[in-house]
Design a protein around this ligand. Structure first.
Ligand code: GAL
Length: 996
């Protein structure tokens, strides 16, 4: 969790005071640093190198555990690749794999080896981030539940903690080690992260880091090791770094590379509007320098943003910001911020998130709800957002000119407008130039026309007027050898460069100029709208044009091989894809292009009938296996005679035939709880101190770590039983319900609507007269635990108590804890030895229906009450509703279907209730009607059977008031495409033994 707000203030205030000229003035040059070699991977202080070749690392983060349908991992990876990235970054969630100390599970949905292998197969490098602590908006920041019972302070060198962490590291590192680029078979893993944002740097933390580094190496990890510094603190810069006297304030540590993170650029306002008050910070060459300057903290290693904001997460009770976030960090933001990073020498950047996915079950930390869409380039429903399409040219530029990763500041350029700043870098080896034009602070949303002059490798040039409209940047390249040609400069952006083929794009309606150098005047075939000028003096061919629909310019002669120059606007570029070295324009996505003999087998997606144009010399073209009749068109391209078909619409059945059962027998005095654990005074590692002498009530010491937990206390009716005072821990928007002898006597939601919610609460209830009647009474308490805290500060925050912390039944004026309460506790059936190892740790808590297997598809609900299409209100507590639904999504189509609750146009309902939704036994999230904002829950194929019968089970918790009855639930289609990948149903048990 990086400092979301701090850099914004800096960018907004400091730069606003000193707006001019400063930014593009570079810091004094840094001395070249020696190359450090880690097998096939090496680096100096300008870039990473693989096999000695400089490679810009352009990565997108993806968490396989947030998509519990492994076949779909391939879809996401292909989309990351198709969006122009060359690397995927994986966090791993220790908790996901470890239900119990000593047990680690990497099967099925937890098969991380498969995720890494797939990434390699799809042509991506992999950065692995194994923790032990990851944060990532996960419950306990990725620590397993059982670790909450460990007294040892986490993230220190306490031997108990180290022993626990080593168990995990030995297992996950062994998997990573097998897939390193340095391995015998040469896998995709190039970099490896230990720990995450460890901002405590005392000796116990230093020794912890030493330990992590040593065990990681002992586990066979040979690629460079790094840590991700929280924001820019200068913490954990490699030992031996030449910082003495140069960069005061840096904390050295046992890492090979320094990396940091940042989420600049501001947020959407509460009324869902983008804010544009913040510009892109200079975290390198052009910045303030020093330990807190970003890349400047580490003079011997290349600039490395292990996370750079590609969206942000949303919280319980907000108005729903993901769609707006996607705009906030949209196309212009990407060009501006990622471009500024690059200009600052940050040659490794990983976008967090590339695909956010779903924090299904009990994965989420209190700060987030089920959807982890993040406003990312690839939406939660796996569709490519407009900004993903706009990222393609960034990847395209980096792929075309890898030297861009290793540039240094060049001569300062002066724009004709004070509203503009120009960054100018050059490759020391090739002299290629990268000129980034952005607005100056305070001018971010201005529409500006400017020019400038520059001494370029091919001579002195006066640039034509260039328009920069608002929150955007222009990526200008000059002096480059590209596509077999000499590019003097272009004011368009390079999207794709192939031998003798160049695709250049720009904003619709804006002018562009491309200048190419020839020995003699070439022959140019250009459509109307492209002005061709020959400058004989220098041998320059000037092409002037306006960016619009794709235009083909054919150039031949002039002492160079033939060149097809494709010019287009953003929309034209968005429709063009490169895979396996083949350029295709028209469809919604290209996955692969495999040439076999004279056939080019293309695979990809359409979302509507689409044209298909491909630049390849082949006799036959197939699209998703079917032959496509083609004809030859300009520029050596083949074009489909008829459009490719789009998807057929999907017919979704109405959810009807519901059956219903009451699911709160624990509230009844007669309920048999003799198998439940007795509450005792056992040792507790919780950070929530209990009152002295009182029993240990928190759930973790009893082996219950996720979801709901029940407590039942017997007490003797007594005049003192006047007031009940409960202290409880329930995470973000968690809740408590209290019953006396079967009757709901009170409930409370933890307040939501804060990005950092309050996670514990107090409920004080006046006890009804019944409590004072003679005889035995039963108090039943249900606590919904919406996640344990993360441990962002490394102060054991994750050990805040969950469930009840203290309970006092007392007279109004008398001592607390006056009436003795004899407690028992029950959570998830089996505790840490729960039966459903397939669906794993996040799936279940301790609702009665869960313990009975009511959520599972094989449960026989024939005795339940049939309610038709209605979801009638039931008794106070939790009521269960089940139905079966048969789906028939056309074969060969990739759709994302979702469960939608009530009026999806509103962030929350007037009715107060919450729902745990189970699809074929999988807990796919929580809807809290009156808290919101999420009311649409995507269910991935593989969990949902798209061509078969599905069981949906809803556990609805409310006070039983008819006004708080559940609203209508329906299935909706979020995205539908023809194409996609083959998805097998994730196999999981249909029934499990019931347990009280
Ligand atoms: C980072 C942290 C990530 C995640 C992110 C916010 O600072 O390293 O784990 O929490 O913030 O989404």
């Amino acid at each position: 969790m990086a400092m979301l707000f701090r850099p914004l203030l800096l960018a907004g205030s400091a730069l606003a005071l000193a707006p001019m000229a400063q930014a593009q003035t570079a810091l004094p040059p840094v001395a070249p640093a020696p190359v450090q070699q880690f097998g096939r991977v090496s680096f100096d202080n300008r870039s990473l190198m693989i096999d000695g070749q400089r490679v810009p690392i352009w990565a997108a983060e993806f968490h396989p555990y947030r998509l519990p349908s492994p076949d779909l991992w391939r879809d996401v990876l292909q989309k990351i690749k198709a969006s122009g990235f060359n690397t995927v970054t994986f966090y791993f969630d220790w908790s996901y794999h470890s239900p119990k100390q000593g047990e680690l599970d990497f099967t099925g949905i937890r098969d991380m080896e498969r995720a890494i292998t797939m990434a390699g197969e799809e042509g991506l490098y992999v950065i692995t981030r194994v923790g032990p602590y990851v944060n990532a908006e996960l419950s306990r920041g990725g620590f397993p539940g059982w670790l909450n019972n460990q007294k040892a302070r986490a993230r220190t060198d306490d031997p108990d903690y180290l022993k626990a962490a080593d168990e995990w590291l030995a297992a996950i590192d062994a998997i990573v080690a097998r897939h390193q680029i340095n391995g015998a078979k040469g896998g995709p893993v190039i970099l490896h992260q230990i720990e995450n944002e460890l901002s405590q740097t005392s000796p116990v933390h230093r020794r912890y880091m030493d330990h992590l580094y040593a065990v990681t190496r002992s586990h066979g990890i040979t690629v460079p090791i790094f840590h991700n510094d929280q924001g820019r603190n200068g913490q954990w810069v490699p030992d031996g770094s030449p910082v003495a006297g140069v960069v005061p304030g840096v904390v050295l540590g046992p890492v090979d590379m320094y990396a940091f993170d940042g989420y600049p650029g501001g947020t959407c306002t509460m009324d869902g509007k983008v804010s544009r008050g913040n510009g892109a910070p200079d975290w390198g060459f052009y910045g303030t320098g020093g330990a807190r300057g970003g890349a400047t903290a580490s003079p011997a290693t290349p600039g490395f943003l292990a996370e750079i904001g590609g969206g942000w997460f949303d919280y319980w009770g907000s108005n729903g910001i993901y769609a707006c976030n996607a705009q906030q960090t949209g196309a212009g933001y990407g060009r501006l911020f990622y471009g500024t990073n690059l200009a600052n020498g940050i040659s490794l950047q990983s976008i967090y998130m590339g695909y956010g996915g779903t924090s299904w079950g009990w994965l989420p930390a209190p700060v987030v709800f089920t959807s982890y869409d993040y406003g990312a380039a690839i939406a939660e429903d796996r569709s490519l957002r407009e900004k993903a399409l706009a990222l393609k040219p960034i990847g395209g530029t980096l792929a075309a000119l890898p030297e861009i990763a290793a540039m240094v500041p060049a001569q300062k350029l002066v724009p004709s407008s004070d509203a503009i700043r120009l960054y100018h870098n050059r490759s020391p080896e090739k002299d290629t130039r990268f000129i980034l034009a952005t607005h100056q602070a305070g001018h971010w949303t201005q529409d500006t026309s400017f020019t400038f002059a520059a001494d370029l490798p091919d001579g002195h040039y006066q640039f034509p007027p260039i328009r920069l409209n608002g929150y955007d940047a222009k990526w200008i390249v000059a002096g480059a050898n590209l596509a077999g040609h000499r590019l003097v400069y272009t004011t368009s952006q390079i999207q794709t460069a192939q031998t003798n083929r160049l695709l250049l794009i720009g904003r619709n309606g804006e002018a562009g100029r491309t200048v190419l150098r020839f020995a003699s005047r070439p022959l140019v075939k250009a459509p109307a709208g492209v002005t061709v000028t020959w400058g004989a003096a220098r041998g320059d061919l000037l092409l002037d044009y306006t960016h619009g629909p794709l235009a083909t310019v054919e150039i031949s002669g002039g002492g160079k091989p033939a060149l097809t120059l494709l010019l287009g606007d953003d929309a034209a570029g968005a429709a063009c894809w490169q895979a396996d070295g083949i350029l295709v324009c028209g469809p919604a996505m290209l996955r692969h292009a495999v040439k076999q003999g004279g056939t080019l087998a293309l695979s990809g997606d359409t979302i509507a009938p689409s044209p298909l144009r491909v630049w390849a010399k082949v006799g036959r073209v197939t699209w998703n296996g079917a032959a496509v009749p083609m004809r030859t068109v300009a520029g050596g391209a083949l074009e489909a005679v008829a459009p490719l078909a789009g998807p057929a619409p999907i017919d979704l059945p109405v959810l009807a035939n519901w059956r219903m059962a009451e699911g709160t027998p624990e509230a009844l005095s007669a309920f048999d709880d003799h198998t439940w654990q007795r509450i005792d005074h056992r040792a507790d590692a919780s950070q929530s101190q209990k009152p002295a002498g009182q029993p240990t009530l928190t759930m973790d010491p009893y082996g219950f770590h996720e979801g709901d937990v029940w407590y039942r206390a017997r007490f003797k009716g007594d005049a003192s039983a006047q007031r009940l005072s409960l202290t409880y821990g329930a995470g973000g928007a968690g809740m408590v319900q209290v019953f006396l002898d079967g009757r709901l006597i009170g409930q409370q939601d933890l307040p939501a609507a804060m990005p950092r919610p309050i996670t514990t609460g107090n409920l004080t209830l006046a006890m009804p007269d019944a409590a004072r009647a003679a005889g035995e009474h039963v108090l039943s308490v249900m606590v919904r635990n919406n996640g344990h805290n993360w441990d962002l500060t490394a102060m054991d925050e994750h050990k805040e108590g969950r469930g009840l912390i203290a309970a006092s039944l007392e007279p109004l004026a008398g001592p607390s804890f006056a009436v003795p309460l004899d407690w028992r506790i029950q959570g998830r059936a089996g505790g840490e030895d729960f039966a459903d190892r397939t669906r794993g740790t996040p799936n279940n808590g301790g609702q009665y229906g869960e313990r009975m297997g009511w959520h599972l598809p094989g449960f026989d609900d024939r005795n339940w009450r049939a309610t038709g299409a209605a979801l009638p209100q039931g008794a106070a507590g939790t009521n269960w509703y089940r139905t079966n639904v048969k789906l028939n999504v056309p074969k060969g189509q990739d759709a994302t279907l979702a469960l939608a609750f009530g009026d999806t146009a509103k962030p929350r309902s007037a009715a107060q209730y919450r729902v745990l939704m189970f699809v074929n036994g999988w807990n796919m999230g929580q809807f809290i009607a009156h808290v919101g904002p999420q009311r649409i829950f995507p269910i991935p194929e593989g969990i949902l059977n798209h061509r078969g019968t599905n069981t949906i089970a809803l556990a609805v918790t409310s006070d039983g008031n008819p006004a708080n009855a559940p609203e209508a639930v329906r299935l909706i289609t979020l995205q539908n495409r023809r194409g996609g990948v083959e998805v097998a149903q994730v196999s999981a048990p249909a029934t499990l033994p019931a347990s009280n």
